[in-house]
Design a protein around this ligand. Structure first.
Ligand code: GTP
Ligand code: MG
Length: 229
């Protein structure tokens, strides 16, 4: 005969994790640091865009990067000449979770920076479900991935504030229609901000960096952060 046992869980584990991410966001707001979580498929150009962005912001702003990968510190090495960078390796997990952000922030030395970028693991599925304590969530979609992707990965698009269409230098060579991708993405999230960029050569960085500065000013003026879950 089987017997049933009732186990009472006294702490909601997810609520504790969410509370810590919220606390980090509040602490970073008080320091004047805008935290930006960057999502995309593998190889969409996250590291390339972050290197170019750090260079473009450098004259006026301080930046740092936490960069996630399953293995290797290659991206942190690439970024090191552009901004202080710490590699977060998950050892197999397909997304970053908040405790790694806390560790990485300590490893960076908790610097006084205006922008803290977090490059998530290349994956359009799992990272969409994890709040890292960011103020902004940015999604990269490169022109080599196809303009039909937004509706196929709706959560990533629904929970992001802005879409960066990357590698636009390749538009003459690929069957990617920017208008089609934007319409698809905005059918999921109507107020999605959209930017088109290339890292090689650098194109479209000014409107993108202006957007980051505007979002930081909103945060500094006390406007409530709008995480989308
Ligand atoms: N033509 C072109 N190639 C690019 C551009 N941006 C990145 N690449 C190339 O695309 C490849 C992937 O770029 P990464 O910046 O490593 O992409 P990532 O999203 O950081 O990749 P993971 O971290 O592995 O997910 C590299 O070979 C880059 O040189 C771009 O704007 N145009
Ligand atoms: Mg990368």
């Amino acid at each position: 005969m089987t017997t049933a046992r009732v186990i009472t869980v006294r702490r909601d584990v997810q609520a504790v994790a969410q509370g810590k991410a919220d606390e980090f966001r509040r602490a970073m707001t008080e320091r004047g640091t805008l935290v930006i979580n960057v999502l995309s498929s593998p190889g969409s150009g996250k590291t390339s865009l972050l290197a170019a962005t750090a260079d473009a912001l450098k004259p006026d702003f301080r930046t740092a990067v936490l960069v996630g990968d399953i293995a290797t510190d290659r991206d942190a090495q690439r970024l090191a000449e552009h901004a202080p960078a710490v590699q977060l390796t998950t050892g197999g997990a397909c997304h970053l979770e908040y405790p790694l952000i806390e560790q990485g922030w300590r490893a960076l030395g908790e610097p006084e920076v205006d922008f803290l970028f977090v490059e998530n693991i290349g994956n359009l599925v799992c990272p969409a479900s994890h709040d890292l304590g960011e103020h902004l969530r940015i999604l990269l979609l490169s022109t080599t991935e196809g303009d039909d992707k937004p509706a196929k990965y709706p959560k990533a698009f629904r929970t992001s504030h802005a879409l960066v269409i990357s590698k636009i230098d390749l538009l003459p060579h690929v069957p990617f229609q920017v208008e089609r991708a934007v319409a698809d993405a905005r059918s999921i999230r109507a107020d999605l901000a959209v930017f088109t960029t290339s890292a090689y050569p650098p194109v479209g960085l000014e409107p993108w960096c202006d957007y980051l500065q505007t979002e930081r000013k909103r945060m500094l003026s006390g406007e409530a952060c709008r995480p989308n879950r």
